[in-house]
Design a protein around this ligand. Structure first.
Ligand code: COA
Length: 330
């Protein structure tokens, strides 16, 4: 498969910062517990700005970075677990506001693996000459679905948007995607349940084994998701490397989904790699679902870390339970 080239990246971060100490005022927790168990120190919380607005700002930042006009974008892939609407799609909203008059837009929901899945879709669309420049926007407002009375989950999540524009490149691109769907009920957030005069809650509960998670809030079995993640990350990275016919040691930088520093340390040990190869910024932003990988990429690139010829691996895991990695040379 032909490779990809990153033309530009961007981000949007809400201004409001919520520290661990702020959380200790609303639930029974402490900075010490959160830092030692997760590595997170603070996260951003949106102040009313919609998901599409955050995505539009990240997209504009990426267009500026790529020095492209929005009319040069052929495809927009938008990833989110917290879209503002059932319809129109977030991709259409971004397309409208950046003025991408020649693009089409598709929403992708693969939870925290969303960016990796979107990158894989983008790499495949690039094989069609009709699609030259592809914009991926990952915009997440986890605060919308976070239960701020549940200390086991509320301290983990943050809001952010990030974007990345890619085109065809000369290097290689290989991916390995999967899902442990039998454990879908270990991490979920519901849509609003049916609300009509002919259907009551009991009718709906016949159809699945998902517990009543207090409406649309995130439900997570933390320990099970942890066990899943420490296996899924090495499996995806090794899977992508095997397809590419390269050794994991040949990767210059791994950009993982930012969920928990202990997950990354264990995954690194399982792969026999130094933790220094894993890019991390979760200390400042927490888990921002699909936005976390492109947010890291943007930061890594803007601080001058990304060099031509480097071998990069992006890896994600999350609701579904989905997982995936993509390896590419710049
Ligand atoms: N502050 C203080 N104590 C807390 C707490 C908090 N914020 N959250 C949970 N606890 C308590 C629990 O109630 C439990 O107390 P108990 O022993 O009295 O019952 C104790 O800490 C241990 O809970 P446990 O869930 O076993 O903690 P843990 O070490 O597994 O850490 C997570 C919890 C959520 C940090 C960890 O399981 C994790 O990171 N899981 C994966 C989450 C993830 O990556 N999700 C996103 C996937 S995209």
């Amino acid at each position: 498969m032909k490779g990809i080239k990153i033309l530009g990246t961007g981000h949007y971060l809400p201004e409001r910062i919520a520290t661990n100490d702020d959380f200790s005022k609303i639930v029974d927790t402490s900075d010490e517990w959160i830092t030692s168990r997760t590595g997170i120190k603070e996260r951003r919380i949106a102040s009313g700005e919609p998901v599409w607005y955050m995505g539009v700002n990240a997209a504009r930042d990426a267009l500026l970075d790529a020095q492209l006009d929005a009319s040069e974008i052929d495809l927009i892939l938008h990833t989110s677990v917290t879209p503002d609407f059932y319809t129109p799609s977030m991709a259409c909203m971004v397309q409208r506001d950046i003025g991408a008059k020649n693009a089409i837009g598709i929403d992708v929901n693969c939870a925290c693996s969303g960016f990796v899945y979107a990158l894989d879709i983008a790499a495949k669309y690039l094989q069609d000459d009709q699609y030259k420049n592809i914009l991926i926007v990952s915009s997440e407002k986890l605060s919308k679905i976070t239960d701020y009375s549940d200390r086991g989950t509320c301290v983990l999540f943050g809001d952010a948007a990030a974007a990345c524009i890619i085109t065809k490149g000369d290097g290689m691109f290989f991916s390995y995607l999967g899902a442990q769907v039998e454990d879908a009920d270990k991490l979920f957030a519901r849509t609003i349940t049916d609300d009509n005069p002919f259907c009551d809650d009991n009718d709906q509960q016949k159809y699945d084994k998902f517990s009543d998670s207090n409406g649309q809030y995130i439900y997570m079995d933390g320990r099970e998701v942890y066990k899943f993640a420490i296996k899924a990350i090495p499996k995806a990275i090794k899977g992508a490397c095997d397809k590419a016919g390269v050794d994991v040691n040949s990767i210059d930088m791994i950009v993982p989904h930012q969920a928990n520093v202990r997950i990354m340390e264990t995954a690194a040990a399982n792969l026999g790699l130094s933790i220094d190869k894993f890019y991390m910024n979760l200390e400042l932003y927490g888990n921002t679902s699909s936005a976390s990988v492109p947010l890291c990429l943007d930061e890594f690139i803007k601080e001058g870390g990304l060099k031509e010829g480097m071998r990069i691996c992006v890896v994600g895991f999350g609701g579904g339970l989905t997982y995936g990695a993509a390896i590419f040379d710049l």
